[in-house]
Design a protein around this ligand. Sequence first.
Ligand code: GLY
Ligand code: MN
Ligand code: MN
Length: 435
Amino acid sequence: MIKMTEYAKRRKKLMQQVGSNSVVILTSAPMAIRNNDAHFPYRQHSDLYYLTGFEEPEAVAVLIPKRKDGEFILFNRVRNHSEEIWNGIRAGQDGARKQFGADQAFPISELSKRLPDLLEGREEIHYALGNDKYFDKLILKALQRVRGKIRNGQQPPFAIIDITDSVHEMRLFKSPEEIALMRRSAEISAHAHVRAMQFCTPGIFEYQLEAELLHEFQSNGARYPAYTSIVGSGANSCILHYVNNDKIIKKGDIVLVDAGGEYQNYASDITRTFPASGRFSDEQRAIYDIVLEAQLTGIKAARPGVAWPAIQTAMVKIITQGLVEVGLLKGRVDHLIEKQAYLPFYMHKSGHWLGLDVHDVGRYKVSGKWRTLQPNMVFTIEPGIYISSDIPGVHKSWHNIGVRIEDDILITTKGNDVLSRDVPKTVAEIEDLMA
Ligand code: GLY
Ligand code: MN
Ligand code: MN
């Protein structure tokens, strides 16, 4: 668990960055309807969560550096006996102060009334304009109201600055407490992958493997998956974001499973690919070994000071070489790389930042230049080769082999640490596990 003192430290740091003539506004994620009056499970907006730990919907945090009556103001739902009987306990304003360390707390219904006073006298509003129409309107209206009182001596803010860049830069570098949670998240998901491999047998539906994954996530405290699990067999292994998961897994199919649990809101994101029957065919093994070599090369390249695209460059080289060796590409490797001849087989990037969001926030380029890897960044390395039947000139013995191998990597001072190391990865290890 992240301690309230860590959230307080984050708020301090953010307030120092924006400066004392500013006000920061962070809003909750909307609730989402699944059908009629049934909701999707609620998930707090990661930025608000990162700075408060507050998980209830209908909440707004206002941070006002050096404000006399307190710097951290939380607007949240009021306590309500009937609502709490039906839908669960609310922190209320007392809880906002006592449990979440707010200096002041007010009912969310008072936001539009109180906001103009909170903006008055500050020069900059730091707010992620454009993400939420409801809050955009409310905040712009509050700004209008302060502007309307300029002749009474009130000073309206004159700039609206996107807060996300500062918060996302902080979120990119994980604290020891966050790393511990991410390690646990990856560990749970690793065990889920092992469970799925052991359970797999031709004749079952893809969703039955999904059920095994979810069982392992949930029974270990990762209550929700970090994204919809991908379980693609045969031709479906070549569909990058396949989530139907409703086909029967057949003998001879390769099965691609991309799944990760979310533990205390921290994502993991792991892909393994294995043969339905437990034994790779010659073609499947050949492709698998290229992707594995690419991934291991990518992981080796990941260390402090290395520019982000270096991982992709290293992996593209191995993949292109491999495709030439098995005869799926013809020509000189350097020419093929230059022409991006690998794109029909490998059409995505090396990976992405990982954290509270599965595709986590943070810039990949700073001042127009690719950023270099630094300790405490966490990201995925996930090369793949996907041979769908519509790639021209490919013999059908190669068709419908989609392989991706994805791990979660923490950059350390010396190199890196593979957080998802607990899932077998070599052909021999996988065949042993499935035997
Ligand atoms: N599971 C989505 C991804 O690997 O990026
Ligand atoms: Mn990923
Ligand atoms: Mn993935």
